[in-house]
Design a protein around this ligand. Structure first.
Ligand code: HEC
Length: 142
């Protein structure tokens, strides 16, 4: 039920313009995700797990993570990571490292790589919608 409502918000955001980009259009590059993997293991893996699956007390960054964040834009996720993580020393990573780690999280959730890196500017990140389903499946589900 909750999931349906969250996805509904995604439809609205996606419908805002033909120009709208989503995480299915390639929001990061393979090189960036590889850098992000290293930074993730250094700064996040201790808590969220080497395979991002979390623990009983710490939320996973794969699986239910996607529907949970779906319907937002990427700036929301990057801003959360930038301000709240890594827990214990929040805000200690650079904007570039946070973008790289976000790229790694996207890759880990099966979103495709593209030719352009995920940038550090909030307005660029805001132009990319975080949708849990690819556009075709979304259209069918309607
Ligand atoms: C010391 C342990 C710890 C470290 C290190 C840590 N996290 Fe977290 N993280 C948590 C906990 C605990 C939560 C849940 C926080 C809450 O519910 O307020 C969380 C929540 C999150 C969430 C929200 C997940 C959701 O769906 O609710 C994201 C995204 C996240 N962390 C990313 C990161 C990233 C990226 C890093 C590394 C830069 C990182 N975390 C490092 C413990 C940690």
């Amino acid at each position: 039920m909750m999931r349906k409502i969250i996805l509904g918000v995604g439809f609205l955001l996606a419908a805002q313009g033909a120009q709208a980009r989503s995480v299915w259009d390639g929001a990061y590059t393979e090189d960036q995700a590889a850098r992000g993997a290293t930074s993730y293991q250094q700064n996040c893996g201790r808590c969220h797990g080497a395979n991002l699956s979390g623990t009983f007390e710490i939320p996973p960054l794969v699986g239910r993570f996607v529907p949970y964040w779906s319907g937002t834009t990427l700036d929301v996720l990057v801003e959360y990571i930038s301000q709240a993580m890594p827990l214990g020393r929040p805000g200690s990573l650079s904007p570039a490292v946070n973008a790289d780690i976000t790229a790694f999280i996207l890759k880990s959730n099966g979103f495709p790589a593209g030719t352009k890196e995920l940038g550090t500017s909030a307005s660029d990140q805001k132009a990319i919608t975080f949708d849990s389903m690819p556009p075709k499946k979304r259209a069918k589900a309607r």
